[in-house]
Design a protein. Sequence first.
Length: 293
Amino acid sequence: MAPPYIGRFAPSPTGPLHAGSLVAALASWLDARAHGGQWLVRIEDVDSTRCLPGLDQTIRQQLAALGLHSDQPPVYQSQRTPLYQQALSELVASGHAYPCGCSRRDIELALQHNGQVKPRHGELIYPGTCRKGLQDKPARAWRFNTQGQPPLHWHDRRLGEQSQDVALDVGDFILKRADGCFAYQLAVVVDDAAQGVTDVVRGQDLADNTARQILLQRALHLPTPRYLHTPLVLGPNGEKLSKQNGAQALDSAHPLAALNQAAAMLGLAGQHALADALPNWVAQWQGLYNRSP
């Protein structure tokens, strides 16, 4: 018997919600309601260097003004460090993780030496320098060993069949950074499992993370949820609307207008009354996406 549906919306408190983040919030809420499940809010503040005080409350107030209420009290990643450390220790013990002593400059030089200088989304693919030992360097970070991992294939409920060769396209990715912060990839996998999340509905900009998270789930013997990645709202420059490129905060004084804009991105019909909008969209959503495994 399949476990009861549990979905989540997991914003980072680096800025208030904007039109782009609302699309993911609304989609995840609708998917949970359409399947008679629970909808949770998780505050992803594991990266303390980017999160700003008080923005978690701002985000929660924005969601409440739009009628999107969590079914449980929000969980904060900043309070869950022992869980992440336990998972990292398990990965080290099983040979899936290793310490890395390389600086960014070390990685750049190693790639240049190998004739591999092509960046991926602005990041350099780690060449595996410390896989066989630190070579007298102090440990700076911890990485997941992708060597020998076969290409992954999975189904996205909106994007269809997906695949990625993490070893080739990403390399050995960070689990714990040099500044002591646990990486998003590890934290989200641990939290999804701990909260019993069965369905992840999030923005398409995060689709590229899915293969890494599946590798971690398998290495930690955790279940893999279903995935659905929502369309992106683009800014005037054609790039994803984000806090970094000047996205304006949602206008909570006009919730119906904000919700209609998000609903249009999801292929849902516009509504004229706030009281009817969410129930009508739940009914529309039920016919849109299969929960294929």
